[in-house]
Design a protein around this ligand. Structure first.
Ligand code: CP
Ligand code: NVA
Length: 308
């Protein structure tokens, strides 16, 4: 049984196999209507619980559709409506759910909730985002980069903005897939030391460059994310905006990257805050391919978890 908890906790060969499998499944569906089931039905007879303690559009819909395409069934559960939200322990919830379902995907706040779920579940658990990481997103992003420009190994990826949960999974991926990652943002919103240490230990230390124009020089991929994440207090909004304004991804910033550089954003975006609409809708942008590839990447992740 394999849990998919984080990119740095998963064997690089398995990560590579999942990306390749996702590509194969995407190609096999080419041109088919969205509701068509896959020729192979590896999840037939499988029940999957999708638990959300935070809002979601992409994660919710892509997991649900992915399970159905592979012949399985889903239960979409809101944490607040479960006894989990009323004091039942995570361990007991994990033990109970394991009697009903074959796989659990959870989006939650504290990483500890995910870890306890995985520790006590007797079925695989997938991380659908915590305050600290978002591994499914970055699997889709690596897949998206590679379908446009080939292997990501050795490429220059620049993150401009908040050193948040999505950045953390990029740093893990830099170590596991072997790309160069630069962080540009204010010191006050630096990434966690542990994620930088992981990438460095894997031989791909993250470069920190406070000047965004300098950071983006020669970039193959420029990435950003919202300036205020779901777990950040709304009271911090104005301060964060003031600190991050200089790190907006706009046409001027993109002009410092390679002419064929890609632009990514996991979405949802606050248009004309962290990235301008001109960039989001412009020639570098692959944001909707990223969103689509959540579906394909997660199908491969679920198959790996279940060994089917
Ligand atoms: N990118 C992402 O995880 O989107 P949702 O919050 O809509 O799931
Ligand atoms: N950093 C964002 C990502 C949303 C998909 C958040 O955690 O809210």
């Amino acid at each position: 049984m394999n849990h998919f908890l984080d990119i740095h906790k998963t064997d690089p060969a398995d990560l590579r196999a999942m990306i390749d499998a996702a590509r194969g499944m995407k190609d096999a569906r080419d041109g088919k209507p969205k509701g068509t089931r896959d020729a192979e039905q590896p999840l037939a007879g499988h029940m999957v619980a999708l638990i959300f303690e935070k809002p979601s559009t992409r994660t919710r819909v892509s997991f649900d559709v992915g399970v159905r395409q592979m012949g399985g069934e889903t239960l979409v559960l809101s944490g607040a409506d479960m006894q989990l939200g009323h004091g039942e322990t995570i361990a007991d919830t994990a033990r109970v759910l394991s009697r009903y379902v074959d796989l659990i995907m959870i989006r939650t706040f504290e990483e500890q909730t995910l870890l306890e779920m995985a520790e006590h579940a007797t079925v695989p658990v997938i991380n659908g985002l915590t305050n600290r990481t978002h591994p499914c997103q970055i699997m889709a992003d690596v897949m998206t980069y590679e379908e446009h420009h080939g292997p990501i190994a050795g490429k220059k990826v620049v993150w401009s903005g908040d050193g948040n949960n999505v950045f953390a999974s990029f740093a893990h991926a830099a170590g596991q897939f072997g790309f160069d990652l630069t962080f540009t943002g204010p010191e006050t919103l630096d990434p966690e030391r542990a994620v930088l240490d992981f990438a460095a230990a894997k031989g791909h230390p993250v470069t920190i460059e406070r000047n965004p124009q300098k950071a983006v020089e020669g970039a193959d991929l420029v990435v950003t994310d919202t300036w205020v994440s779901m777990h950040d207090p709304q009271s911090a909004r104005e301060r964060r905006h003031n600190q991050l304004r200089g790190y907006q991804v706009n046409d001027d910033l993109m002009s410092h990257a390679r002419p064929d550089a890609l632009f990514m954003h996991c979405l949802p975006a606050h248009r004309d805050d962290e990235a301008t609409s001109a960039v989001m809708d412009g020639p570098h942008s692959v944001i909707f391919d990223e969103a689509e590839n959540r579906l394909h990447a997660q199908k491969a992740i679920m198959r790996w978890c279940l060994g089917v």
